[in-house]
Every structure is written in C-alpha cells, then in structure tokens.
Design a protein around this ligand. Structure first.
Ligand code: NDP
Length: 259
C-alpha cells in the first residue's frame, strides 16, 4: 500500500515551483491532490499530474475567504474529504525601505500570512468534522529565521507564519491534527529568478544567476535546493511517521541556517 493512498491533499500555489513539486510527490505516493492558484494554468498543471480521479486544479485567491471555502468544498465534493493541507502560496517583492509601498506591505501580508490562516481555518473546520485527524503544513522561509535586506514585509509575513503555526498546533492537538511549518532556503523557482534579478541589481552589479551562485557558496552543501528536496520534508510531515511532531518549524536549506 502506498503511503498516501486514500488521502486527499490540498496544496495552494500548486501550479508551479515548490507547490507543483509537492503535488508530484504526493501523487507519486498514491494521494489525490487539489492544487490551487490564481493563474489560469492551474487546470493544465492538474492535468499533467494525472486524470480527474487523481488531481484537480482550482482557481483560488487565498486572500479571499469565500474562494478559500469554495476550494475546500470542491476538494470534499471531488474526493470525499481533506486529510492534508499545504499552505504554500506566497509572493515576494524587494525594495529599499523608503520605496516599499503600503500596497506591497498589505499584499504580502495578505497572501503569505492571512492566506495561510484562512486555509488552515477552513481545513481545520473540515478535519474536525471528519474526526480522523489531519496534517497542516505551512510554508514559511529562511526569512522566518533571519530577515534578509530589503524585504521587511516578506520577513514579517513569514515570521507570522511561524507564530500562527505554533498557536494553531496547541489548539488542535487533541483533534489529532498536527500543524508544522517549513523553511526552504534557496530553491530554484520563478520566485528565486525574481530575487536573483532584483536583489542582484541592488546588492552589486550581479548578472543573471550570479547572485545565486554567490549565495550558494554560503550553503554548506554548496548547491541550491530543488522542489524535490522540499517535497521530501513535506511528505514526511504529512505521513504517519510524523504523528508526534507538531508546532515545529523545520529548515530545508542544505544547512544555510542552523537555528
Ligand atoms: P513561485 O513564485 O514559483 O510560486 C508561487 C505560487 O504561489 C504560485 O503558484 C502562485 O500562483 C501562488 N500564489 C501567489 N499568490 C497567490 C494567491 N493570492 N492565491 C493563490 N495562490 C497564489 O514561488 P515558489 O515555488 O518559490 O514559492 C512557494 C512558497 O515557498 C512561497 O510561500 C515562498 O514564499 C516560499 N519560499 C520559496 C523560496 C525559494 O527559494 N523559492 C525560499 C523560501 C520560501 P500563480 O502562479 O497563479 O501566481
């Protein structure tokens, strides 16, 4: 029997990057997945993962409570229940403090922190009603450990994810629901391409890919991470082997940050 057979997993930001790698991993281990994003290509991404009996793609803006409710309703209608929910959708911008706009601050906190909360809230509601426990996994960042330059809004949003993870973990522990957060380091995705370009220009005159190469030298394993590296940790936290782990925030970064 495969590890996630008969389990349904909701993954926000699942159409690409880290979220898509998580979806691939869950499907490969027998799960049914519902991936959500704001982009129209989410249905095509779901089709690449498997047929409609295996994967569904849903348009859902995680900052909108009614769309989040509709996402979990669809997952339950399609596959009967929700066992695992991965709050992975996120955005970043990079700007000097005087240039950072109020709109950037609000949008970043809305997606990265409020969006995580709204999804956890709806997932808990379903899991409690189902009565068979569950797993919530929230994507934070190395910036939930150590704020980087020019991203105070992003760091604040990810520190917030760690706080809400701990608080919820205490509230739902007796329901058999675990809540954990993960902190990816440098993972090659569209988001990192943006980081490389914008931080690269602001921190020195780095050409494309050069900032990542420079930062990778600070990683003891001397390589950037892959979506599959993150998927290994998330699959473990979602599994029965992690039943006694809750309220934790775990780095997956090749040793970049050791606290
Ligand atoms: P990508 O930019 O590749 O993917 C971000 C995902 O979030 C996309 O699927 C995007 O959907 C989705 N998303 C953005 N806004 C919303 C919204 N309002 N509602 C629903 N979905 C939304 O980034 P990564 O894969 O790199 O990042 C995934 C997570 O990992 C993020 O939370 C990020 O902060 C975190 N992270 C990434 C690191 C890295 O090095 N890459 C390091 C540390 C943390 P769409 O395509 O439709 O816009």
């Amino acid at each position: 029997m495969e590890r996630f057979e008969d389990r349904t997993v909701v993954i926000t930001g699942g159409n690409k990057g880290i979220g898509y790698a998580l979806a691939e991993r869950f499907v490969s281990e027998g799960a049914r997945v519902v991936i959500a994003s704001v982009d129209a290509d989410v249905k095509e991404a779901a089709a690449r993962l498997g047929g409609s009996d295996r994967a569904r793609g849903v348009h859902c803006d995680v900052t909108d409570k009614s769309q989040v409710e509709a996402l979990y309703t669809l997952a339950c209608d399609a596959f009967g229940k929700v066992d695992i929910s991965v709050q992975n959708a996120g955005i970043i911008t990079i700007a000097r403090v005087e240039d950072l706009t109020e709109a950037e601050w609000d949008a970043t906190l809305a997606v990265n922190t409020k969006g995580v909360f709204l999804c956890c809230q709806e997932a808990v509601r379903r899991m409690r009603a189902q009565g068979s426990g569950g797993r919530l996994i929230n994507t934070a960042s190395g910036q939930a450990r150590d704020g980087f330059i020019y991203t105070p809004h992003y760091a604040a949003s990810k520190f917030g994810v760690m706080g809400l993870t701990q608080s919820l973990a205490k509230e739902v522990a007796l329901d058999g629901i675990t809540v954990n957060a993960i902190c990816p380091g440098i993972i090659q995705t569209d988001m990192w391409d943006y980081n490389d370009r914008v931080w690269g220009k602001m921190l020195g005159d780095y050409g494309p890919g050069e900032l990542m190469q420079a930062w990778v030298q600070n990683i003891p394993m001397k390589r950037a991470g892959r979506g599959s590296d993150v998927a290994g940790l998330v699959a473990f936290l979602a599994s029965d082997d992690a039943a006694y782990i809750t309220g934790q925030t775990i780095n997956v970064d090749g040793g970049l940050i050791m606290s």
